[in-house]
Structures are given as structure tokens and as C-alpha cells.
Design a protein around this ligand. Structure first.
Ligand SMILES: Nc1ncnc2c1ncn2[C@@H]1O[C@H](COP(=O)(O)OP(=O)(O)O)[C@@H](O)[C@H]1O
Ligand SMILES: Cc1ncsc1CCOP(=O)(O)O
Ligand SMILES: [Mg+2]
Length: 264
């Protein structure tokens, strides 16, 4: 598995997947830059008359409900249905799940389309599975990743999805196994949109890699190791945001493999 992850990173660099993003206003620029840095090709598009055509020419679709409204909700449904009809992979980022009833109503509709991958922080994954009454604090997590494992397992079973719980430890769960990735840096929580970046990178990897759990693990470990290395040269969140993009772009085989902390 460890050896495969770097191969997957090279695969994304060489095949440059086109990733269609319906994502939030806060992160459009960061996530487009992160996708470019890893060698993928981003396109942000949410107009109803074009989303089906955009899905048709893309390798994968990212749906992120961060700055949701009624129009975007419809665009997301049209795009996800088209992706399913073409058997194209797509990833859901349930930003702020549990924060308002509106988000939950929309999320239950999107979830019914069975995303290939779901990536959220622990509070969002717990809210999504509706396993308890945990209140999500806006877009930030109030729970640890391992507290969301039962919720994630429920989502895996009910939606046939790979589920990623991000946080201090990133966890990737599918029907057969649970992978734990222990990279990253606490300063990453002070940069907005790094969870969304994780989701966008997962979108790129599932577009070209058949094994969706390995694709998700490669994407998350690439971001968390890049964040860990970038933090060493950053004096605060502002420089970290820039340094992460540079490290996503220039990380080497040696840097990746010597820092990877993966357990099953
Ligand atoms: N406490 C932490 N320590 C180290 N890395 C972290 C920590 N919290 C988040 N990260 C890193 O930031 C990435 C974004 O995750 P997270 O902050 O959970 O997403 P979100 O912004 O959606 O809440 C994670 O995949 C992980 O690499
Ligand atoms: C602050 C904020 N508000 C709506 S979307 C968004 C960005 C959330 O990004 P992330 O979940 O990656 O921290
Ligand atoms: Mg998030």
C-alpha cells in the first residue's frame, strides 16, 4: 500500500485529470491552485444549463455545500445524477453538516445519490450519519476523528461510499478496512479551506485511480505531509497557505515516503 501511494501521486501528475468542482465561494481560488499544484486541471462551474456537459467531459466531480443556496442545490443534484448515469466518480464535502436544518435536508437528498467518496471532519461525518445529537460548530469540528468511526461505518454500509474523516488523524474507511494517516500540523486548522482542499484532491485522485480507498489515502496523505513540511517554514497561517501550495507542487518521493505515517 505505502508504495502504491507515491505511484498514485505520479499517476495524477502525468494524467492531469479534469476535475469539475461545484464548491464554495470561500475556497474556489485555493482549491483551484491546489489542484493545479498536484498536476490536475480544475474547472469551477455551477450553472444549470452547463453542469451536465461539464460532468461529461470531466474525469470526476466535487460537490461541496459550503456556501449553499437553492440554485446551487439544484445544480448539485443535476451534476451528481449525471455523474452516476455516466459512472463517473464523485466526492461529497458536507461542509457544516448538522449546523442548520437546511443543510441537513439538502445533504440527505445528495446522499441518496450515493457519493463515491465522502470527506468531512468528525462533526460533519457524525451529523451526516445522524447517529447522535452532536452539534457542529459551523464548519469546524468539535469531535476527534476516531469518535466518528461508527458514523462513518454506517455511511459506508448505507451508501456504498468510501468515507474519509479528517482531523489530527485522517481515517479512510471502506467495506474491508480502516486506514489511519497521522501526518499534518495543528497550524493547518488556522487556514480556511484545507478540508475543502483535501476533498478537491480526493476528487482528482478518484478520477484516475481505480481503487477509491487508495486514491483517497494518497490524496489525504499528500496534503497532510505537504502541510507538515510547509509548517516548518511558515511563521503563521498566511505563509502556511502559500507554502502548502508550493510543497504540493515540489514534494519528492523521498520526502513523501520518509514522512508517511500510515497504519491499518
Ligand atoms: N489537529 C491537527 N493536527 C494535524 N493536522 C491536522 C489537524 N487538523 C487538521 N489537520 C490537517 O488538515 C486537513 C484538513 O482537515 P480538517 O481541518 O479536519 O478539515 P475541515 O477544514 O473540513 O474541518 C486534514 O486532512 C489534516 O491533514
Ligand atoms: C468558512 C466557510 N464558510 C462556508 S464554506 C467555508 C470554508 C470551509 O472550509 P473548510 O471546511 O475546508 O475549513
Ligand atoms: Mg470542511
Amino acid at each position: 500500500m505505502e508504495n502504491h501511494l507515491w505511484q498514485h501521486i505520479l499517476q495524477v501528475r502525468t494524467s492531469s485529470p479534469l476535475v469539475h468542482n461545484i464548491t464554495n465561494y470561500v475556497v474556489m481560488n485555493n482549491t483551484a491552485n491546489a489542484l493545479l499544484a498536484i498536476g490536475a486541471s480544475p474547472i469551477m462551474a455551477h450553472a444549470k444549463p452547463e453542469v451536465e456537459d461539464m460532468v461529461s467531459i470531466s474525469h470526476s466531480l466535487v460537490i461541496n455545500i459550503g456556501t449553499l443556496d437553492e440554485y446551487w442545490h439544484e445544480s448539485m443534484m443535476i451534476a451528481a445524477k449525471k455523474a452516476n448515469s455516466l459512472q463517473k466518480p464523485w466526492v461529497l464535502d458536507p461542509v457544516g453538516a448538522g449546523a442548520t436544518p437546511y443543510r441537513d435536508v439538502v445533504l440527505s437528498e445528495i446522499l441518496s445519490l450515493n457519493p463515491t467518496v465522502i470527506r468531512g471532519n468528525a462533526s460533519e461525518i457524525i451529523a451526516l450519519a445522524k447517529l447522535n445529537n452532536t452539534v457542529t460548530k459551523g464548519v469546524d469540528s468539535t469531535a476527534m476523528s476516531n469518535e466518528a468511526i461508527d458514523a462513518a461505518t454506517t455511511l459506508v454500509k448505507n451508501h456504498n461510499s468510501v468515507v474519509c474523516i479528517s482531523g489530527e488523524t485522517d481515517i479512510v474507511i471502506d467495506k474491508h478496512q480502516c486506514l489511519f494517516l497521522d501526518n499534518g500540523d495543528p497550524l493547518m486548522t488556522k487556514v480556511t479551506g484545507l478540508g475543502c482542499t483535501a476533498t478537491a484532491l480526493v476528487g482528482a485522485f478518484i478520477g484516475v485511480i481505480e481503487n477509491k480507498s487508495e486514491a483517497a489515502a494518497a490524496a489525504l496523505s499528500l496534503l497532510s505531509i505537504s502541510g507538515e513540511l510547509a509548517a516548518k517554514n511558515s511563521s503563521g497561517p498566511g505563509s502556511l497557505q502559500l507554502n502548502i501550495i508550493d510543497k504540493l507542487y515540489n514534494i519528492t518521493d523521498k520526502e513523501f515516503n520518509s514522512h508517511l505515517k500510515l497504519t491499518k
